[in-house]
Design a protein around this ligand. Structure first.
Ligand code: UDP
Ligand code: MG
Length: 321
């Protein structure tokens, strides 16, 4: 579509990792909803190193409809980075981030848009009901959001995923934050602006299975904690004070017991337990420190966040002329 940055009202950003079966329905449902809104829109599909033919599927969609703009990664960089790339390429005045598997129903977009028109810069989808997800996933997710709010100084709204609408101002702000280990829902909360939630029912995955195994969920959780809090680093300090306090109390106690001939605290077992316990605590603290140092190392290297094999550049250059 020959529209430039100023005239595209809506961008839809969709990260795709091996979702070939769903692409036609994704396009069909998104285009149906967006056409009804009656303003220029584009669909930025980020192919996050798919190997199941999604890449060709995305290219085919882009052939058919110029409003589909493919960003094709050189390899898999992960969901959060794929969304980041989508936001970098999005040109709309408002951008909606949604999953490819249609768990975030495109039919909710008009509601998000209504709130945006009321002046909210960040409109997030709040999942009231999650269909077709395991009790384990629901439980860990619920626990996770509450934990994050306890230990960080930002208020991430409960039960909010990455399905949200961002105003251009919010996108530009997020795009200027180039941290590597990204937790976008935290970043979207951190930037402030006027924020509001819209409730929706999270559908079950239409086809295929989740691309978020437990290991990836854990990594995301770690990014969230380390990205927004020093709390894990401080645990060692608190613990150190407790141990030091205990030993200050214990030393005179043990001396006293010995003087009166009591046999308590003799023997190797006591020593061994104390050494193992403190050794364990120290190693865990070192590991936590390592987690932060590793992240600093990653930032310092300054590598690009993602590598693009094919970008919708031709389109962009043509528009900017
Ligand atoms: N995804 C991605 N890169 C990855 C893993 C997932 O781009 O490495 C995409 C995936 O294609 C989907 C979205 O991220 O559009 C959410 O993934 P999924 O539905 O598997 O997560 P879940 O809903 O199970 O948490
Ligand atoms: Mg999903």
């Amino acid at each position: 579509m020959s529209a430039d940055k100023k005239t595209i009202t809506f961008s839809i950003v969709v990260p795709v990792y091996n979702e070939v079966e769903i692409l036609p329905e994704l396009y069909h449902r998104v285009s149906g909803v967006m056409d009804d809104l009656g303003e220029p829109w584009e669909l930025v599909i980020v192919d996050d190193g798919s190997s199941d033919g999604s890449t060709e599927g995305i290219r085919a969609l882009a052939e058919k409809d110029k409003r589909v703009r493919p960003v094709i990664f050189a390899r898999n960089f992960g969901h959060q980075i794929a969304i980041t790339a989508g936001l970098d390429y999005a040109r709309g005045q408002a951008t909606v981030i949604m999953d490819a598997d249609l768990q975030d129903p495109p039919e909710v977009i008009p509601e998000l848009v209504d709130r945006w028109r009321e002046g909210y810069e960040v409109v997030h989808g709040v999942r009231t009901y999650r269909e077709g997800e395991t009790p384990f996933k629901k439980f860990t997710a619920a626990l996770f959001y509450r934990l994050i709010n306890c230990i960080t100084d930002i208020d991430i709204p409960l039960d909010v995923g990455d399905f949200r609408l961002l105003d251009r101002k919010a996108i530009d702000t997020i795009n200027s934050m180039r941290e590597r280990h990204r937790f976008l829902r935290g970043m979207a909360a951190w930037i402030g602006f006027r924020q509001v939630g819209v409730s929706y029912q999270r559908a079950a995955r239409t086809v295929g299975k989740t691309k978020y195994p437990f290991s990836k969920m854990l990594r995301l959780a770690l990014n969230a904690v380390t990205g927004f809090s020093y709390f894990p680093l401080q645990i060692a300090t608190y613990f150190g004070f407790v141990c030091a306090g205990l030993s200050v109390l214990a030393i005179p106690l043990v001396i006293l017991l010995r003087l009166i001939g009591n046999q308590a605290f003799f023997g190797q077992a006591t020593t061994l337990i104390a050494v193992l316990f403190l050794g364990g605590v120290q190693l865990i603290s070192l590991g936590i420190l390592g987690e932060y140092v590793g992240r600093i190392y990653d930032e310092v290297k300054g590598r690009p966040l993602y590598i693009v094999r094919e970008a919708p550049d031709a389109d962009k250059i043509e528009l900017e002329k």
